[in-house]
Ligand binder design. Structure first.
Ligand code: PFF
Length: 455
């Protein structure tokens, strides 16, 4: 971003915007969260729903949030307030979401850091021991906290450097590297014995597997990966120049995010299937630990190359995680600074203290606080935070946003904004999605899900 006006920074151009938004989008959500959800919820069935949501509600909301930000020149709370004080609550509600995500994001970031470190100092067999290495680590308490703190320190270091110049450039190299690397590992994983059945499990939907829980997870995953329904894209939009074409930008962001998720799933789901032998076994054994247990086993089979592949791979995942945690920390900092009227520095310190305390709590959820199982047998504090943000708050935030734009300020307001810089041939379709399709889908999904949970 460069300072072009006194009051507000802007992206240096379309590429900078697309890259930064894609960097915020492509992160642990695609690399870590997507594969385990796909494995858990019937492979191809989940993939299909994710695909449908990314290219319908996801794209529509991406356009909505960025154009709302650009039109008002404000981040989320201000953007809603610009149309009347009484609408500020939508922005406030959304703004709570990054505060719930950021602590557990840093915990997983710590896991990635630990694995990178592990590949550097330990023999790769040690990491591929069927989960003992992983469970020993997360239940250790102190060690997992230390790695979370290292991850947080890296994030703050980059934030403190002043984000953009370096990151924009680094993204240009790291994002393609991540994709090439993921594709190479995926191809290798597909050559493992049994992987073809796994590929079928991953790609071919089994319609008997649909459930309200699967659908809400795919929806939450769409919001999580595209960094939607939490105000971030409104803020990113507010930094946009009027000349940047919104329609093609958002298509590129959604396409990249979907592509990386697809690849991450290809690396992990067929290999898991090959290791466990059936879809049901895959589903039962899938959870947040999947990437840390299965992938090291895949790498180990590479023999002499395991260490180098492990190091390169976790460097890239770490980078993807850092560029996203950066955007989360920045967002929390600017929300505090706008809301409380504090300086950036003071707001950053408050964010750091908050993330550290909450992050320690999430870590202890696997050790001294593991008796807290808020979502049933074997669940953790991390699962609870993930559930509240992804399956409850984001769908509600998305619903409020659609109703706000569809029925209160009217889609035409934002269509005009999009048309400042680009043709928008699908404006009518978009209107219908925002006014009718998305809200109806969201309400139906939320009701079906609540009914299932209560019943
Ligand atoms: N989209 C990121 C991911 O999928 O990992 C998560 C995320 C990053 C959410 C930044 C929100 C955000 F501001």
């Amino acid at each position: 971003m460069s300072e072009t006006t006194k009051s507000r920074a802007t992206w240096s151009g379309k590429l900078a915007f697309v890259l930064s938004a894609a960097a915020s989008a492509v992160g642990l959500g695609s690399m870590w969260r997507f594969p385990y959800l796909a494995a858990k919820y019937g492979g191809g069935t989940f993939l299909l729903m994710y695909f449908v949501f990314v290219f319908t509600i996801g794209l529509a909301l991406l356009l909505l949030e960025t154009s709302l930000g650009r039109k008002t020149g404000q981040s989320s709370i201000g953007a809603f307030k610009a149309f009347g004080k009484k609408y500020a609550f939508i922005g406030i509600f959304m703004s709570a979401v990054p505060f719930i995500i950021v602590p557990y994001y840093c915990v997983i970031g710590g896991w990635v850091t630990k694995y990178l470190f592990g590949y550097i100092v330990t023999a790769p067999e040690a990491l591929a021991d069927g989960g003992n290495y992983f469970s020993g680590f997360i239940t250790s308490g102190a060690e997992s906290i230390i790695f979370m703190l290292i991850f947080m320190a890296l994030t703050y270091f980059i934030v403190a450097l002043g984000v953009n110049k370096g990151i924009e450039k680094a993204n240009l190299i790291m994002m393609p590297a991540l994709i090439v690397m993921a594709a190479a590992v995926a191809i290798y994983a597909l050559t493992l014995p049994g992987a073809m059945d796994g590929l079928a499990y991953y790609l071919i939907p089994d319609f008997s597997k649909f459930s309200p829980e699967l659908i809400i997870s795919a929806l939450g995953q769409t919001f999580f990966t595209l960094s939607l329904a939490m105000g971030i894209m409104v803020t990113y939009g507010s930094y946009l120049q009027k000349s940047t074409k919104l329609t093609s930008s958002v298509s590129q962001i959604a396409g990249t995010t979907f592509g990386v998720s697809l690849l991450a799933g290809l690396m992990i789901v067929p290999a898991t299937f090959a290791a466990l032998g059936s879809g049901d076994a895959v589903a039962q054994n899938s959870g947040p630990s999947l990437m840390f247990i299965i992938l090291p086993q895949v790498f180990e089979n590479l023999g002499g190359a395991a260490t180098i592949i492990g190091v390169v791979f976790f460097v890239l995942v770490l980078f993807a995680a850092l560029t996203s945690s950066l955007s989360l920390v920045e967002t929390c900092t600017s929300i505090i600074s706008d809301g409380a009227g504090w300086s950036r520095k003071r707001s950053l310190i408050v964010t750091i203290v908050y993330v550290t305390l909450m992050g320690v709590l999430v870590n202890l959820g696997y050790s001294s606080l593991s008796f807290i199982q808020p979502m049933g047998e074997g669940s953790s504090i991390l699962d609870l935070l993930d559930f509240i943000s992804n399956s409850v708050m984001m769908p509600i935030a998305a619903l409020l946003t659609c109703v706000f734009v569809g029925w209160i300020i009217k889609p035409q307001t934002l269509i005009d904004e999009v048309r400042v810089s680009a043709r928008f041939r699908l404006a009518n379709v978009w209107s219908v999605v925002i006014k009718y399709i998305a809200p109806v889908m969201l309400v139906v999904i939320l009701i079906a899900y609540v009914a299932q949970t209560m019943g």
